[in-house]
Write a protein that binds this ligand. Structure first.
Ligand SMILES: Cc1cc2nc3c(=O)[nH]c(=O)nc-3n(C[C@H](O)[C@H](O)[C@H](O)COP(=O)(O)OP(=O)(O)OC[C@H]3O[C@@H](n4cnc5c(N)ncnc54)[C@H](O)[C@@H]3O)c2cc1C
Length: 395
């Protein structure tokens, strides 16, 4: 029996944050209205299992599904506390379920252009004629496309002698109280007043109303913890923060985000490009991904619309920011507890807008120098030595 081959202009593998973001940006680009897009995702109904937090100035494509916006941010450490006004930025939150529904509706309104298929892509290869790529599905079907965009999470062949591998792992409780206690205008970016245990540990809180907040205990380290360990930390923290008063846990969010300087290239080959975490869009030193995914997919779509092809440099990454990420990862891996001082100094001595621009990799050399001058150089100097000697070290 001949194998069925489906033909499309673009095949998007995976309907998570990056696959759906690419589809959404394509749907918004009139010059690509004639391109037929197939999106393959194994989960027929994706779970509302995460919230995406990010900062942005001005309007964003997903303003309609923003669950909350914050105008200020607070950073706390044992002997430091600073509240910072974010304008023109705002800190934002989008719940995954709302994002999926919003993009689903945008794609469903263009049935000629977008087709969705529930299935597993098993293999991808360049087409024999050199004019596109072919994908095989687990059910035996084949798909031919001019370009494939693959967002399956990468399986890394780890090389700890050359690269650093950490996880940002966390458990968050969305809690409710019967009394006013939170400031819904102020996101608590990092509260380092928790024992560090030689790692980078902090509590991050998103207050939605004076009586409701998501409070997350977060660790940057190589190994995730038992669930009970996060729960114990949250209980201790909340007892202190709320002065022993009661609260109810109404929802829970846990997860782990890879933080690594292992190379994650923007493509496999000429017609098979990468997206999301697979394309290195999780910022190695912070784990923030969502806004980087938006910039990457918007850049791909702009080039496809203008030239018919993805850009030669799909991410636009600049090497010096990769070096900063590596240095921070190295410090986290060797002496995680000093990250508390580095972040406290950063927020004490720089406008938050400069820090956001730095983390967005938009700062100039001069601004980078100001950032580097604002923190104690010792840990960075030691890490530069380690990195130059090619030693992703232990403590
Ligand atoms: C709990 C949690 C909270 C997070 N919070 C934030 C945050 O606040 N801010 C932020 O910037 N980042 C956050 N992140 C990190 C990052 O934004 C997410 O991990 C994001 O989902 C990554 O997008 P992605 O498209 O690379 O991967 P995913 O969203 O995981 O999408 C990959 C998709 O590929 C599909 N797939 C897998 N195998 C196949 C196959 N064989 N064929 C076809 N499809 C396949 C999967 O089902 C999935 O839908 C968070 C991560 C987690 C886990």
């Amino acid at each position: 029996m001949p194998t069925e081959t489906l033909e499309y202009d673009y095949l998007i593998v995976g309907g998570g944050a990056s696959g759906l973001s690419l589809a959404y940006h394509i749907a918004q680009e009139p010059r690509l209205a004639g391109q037929r897009v197939l999106l393959v995702e194994p989960d027929a109904a994706k779970a509302d299992d995460r919230t995406w937090r990010y900062w942005a100035a001005g309007e964003t494509p997903f303003a309609a599904v923003e669950g909350h916006r914050w105008e200020q941010l607070v950073v706390r450490a044992p002997d430091f506390e600073k509240v910072l006004r974010l304008a023109p930025y705002r800190y934002r939150m989008v719940r995954a379920g709302d994002f999926y529904a919003f993009v689903d509706a945008a794609l469903a309104s263009r049935p000629q252009q977008f087709t969705r298929l529930t299935g597993h892509v098993t293999t991808l290869a360049e087409a024999a004629d050199g004019h596109g790529a072919v994908a095989a599905l687990a059910d035996g079907r084949q798909i031919a496309a001019r370009y494939v965009f693959d967002s399956r999470l990468p399986k890394l062949a780890r090389d700890p002698t050359r690269y650093r591998y950490l996880e940002q792992h966390f458990l968050g409780w969305e809690i409710e109280t019967d009394y006013d206690v939170f400031d819904p205008d102020t996101v608590q970016f990092m509260d380092f007043r928790v024992p560090q245990h030689g790692q980078t540990r902090f509590v991050y809180s998103l207050p939605f109303t004076p009586r409701r907040a998501l409070v997350e205990f977060t660790v940057f380290s190589a190994q995730v913890l038992e669930k009970a360990a996060y729960e114990a930390e949250l209980r201790i923290y909340l007892a202190e923060y709320l002065g022993g008063r009661p609260y109810r846990v109404v929802a829970e969010e846990g997860g782990s985000i890879p933080m690594t300087d292992h190379p994650l290239p923007d493509r496999l080959s000429a017609h098979i490009l990468h997206l999301g975490t697979r394309a290195g869009r999780s910022k190695p030193s912070t784990g923030y991904t969502f806004a980087r995914v938006q910039r990457h997919t918007a850049r791909l779509v702009a080039a496809l619309a203008a030239t018919g092809h993805p850009p030669a440099d799909a991410t636009g990454d600049r090497w010096q920011f990769g070096l900063f990420d590596t240095l921070l990862l190295d410090i986290m891996q060797r002496r995680g507890e000093v990250v508390r001082d580095i972040f406290s100094q950063l927020f004490e001595r720089n406008p938050v807008q400069r820090i956001f621009r730095f983390l967005d990799e938009e700062t100039s050399w001069l601004e980078n120098l100001k950032i580097m001058n604002s923190v104690t150089p010792g840990p960075f100097m030691r890490s530069i030595g380690q990195v130059l000697r090619g030693k992703p070290g232990r403590r």
